[in-house]
Design a protein around this ligand. Structure first.
Ligand SMILES: Nc1ncnc2c1ncn2[C@@H]1O[C@H](COP(=O)(O)OP(=O)(O)O)[C@@H](O)[C@H]1O
Ligand SMILES: [Mg+2]
Length: 256
């Protein structure tokens, strides 16, 4: 039996027959506002609260204090989740060198570290260091788009994503890589490598249904396990994500 890492998200573990296979790297793909960051944070929070597994959230998109403030709307206690934001700050006019400020947040303390030159090695070193120091079993990288925006060309994007995925698999953590997927796009591979480095793909949707929008979740791929083939209804409710494994997103709709 494959060991599973339960997400703790209502309905989803049922679709995954117990959870994500432990140690896998999963792409979480969806358009803006489909709930990728919320989903990922809930995965980490549940890991701590329900399964005693520490987690690390690497955000290249939002500062840690802003994230904590936004997620406070759900009433979540995130004090035990390690949130590390690495946000590009400025490009020096001289050599176009990009800098990031690294903010590590743990408990209620926000520690602002001195800006460092951005590189994927810095991201990798940060992951390595914090996985070790907090014995983390779950990792989130938000997002591949923000990471790639710091790189020059498609070749280095592919190299760096591949390098990161090797690191994640060496560390043995179950990892979520968040990635943009424009609505209506057939494939999820924006950089030509994602499906190669990920053992699973979970897609999030926010479609028009008549005059309203409805949220959906689909497991597009999950190597080594059986899983639901449905595009299921999902809700972003007051407590966060709820997935309805028996309700089809497209029932009663006139299409995407
Ligand atoms: N307290 C809340 N209750 C319900 N839904 C919320 C709440 N806060 C935010 N949302 C919804 O979550 C969406 C943002 O989700 P987010 O995880 O940031 O998406 P993504 O990372 O895919 O851009 C918002 O567009 C909003 O619809
Ligand atoms: Mg996001």
């Amino acid at each position: 039996m494959t060991e599973k890492t339960a997400t703790g998200i209502t309905g989803l573990d049922e679709m995954l027959e117990g959870g994500i296979p432990t140690g896998y790297t999963i792409l979480v793909a969806g358009g803006p506002g489909t709930g990728k960051s919320t989903f990922a944070m809930q995965f980490l929070k549940n890991g701590i609260d329900q399964f005693g597994e520490n987690g690390i959230y690497i955000s290249l998109e939002e500062r840690a204090p802003d994230m904590i403030r936004n997620f406070a709307n759900y009433g979540w206690d995130l004090s035990k989740v390690k949130i590390i934001s690495m946000i590009p700050e400025k490009a020096s006019s001289a050599h176009e060198t990009k800098y990031v400020s690294v903010v590590g947040t743990q408990s209620s303390n926000t520690v602002e570290l001195s800006p460092k030159k951005f590189s994927v090695d810095l991201v990798a070193d940060t992951i390595r260091e914090h996985v070790k120091s907090s014995d983390a079993k779950r990792i989130v990288i938000d997002s591949l788009a923000a990471l790639s925006a710091q790189l020059e060309d498609p070749f280095s994007i592919r190299q760096e994503i591949l390098g990161l995925s090797n690191l994640l698999s060496d560390l043995g953590c179950t990892a979520l890589l968040l990635t943009e997927m424009p609505e209506g796009q057939a494939g999820i591979s924006r950089y030509g490598i994602e499906e190669f480095v990920a053992q699973g793909v979970i897609a999030l949707y926010n479609i028009r249904k008549g005059s309203e929008r409805a949220r959906g979740l689909e497991i597009l791929k999950m190597r080594g396990t059986k899983h639901s083939q449905k595009i299921c209804m999902m809700e972003l409710a007051n407590e966060g994500f709820m997935v309805y494994p028996n309700e089809n997103l497209h029932s009663g709709t006139s299409g995407f």
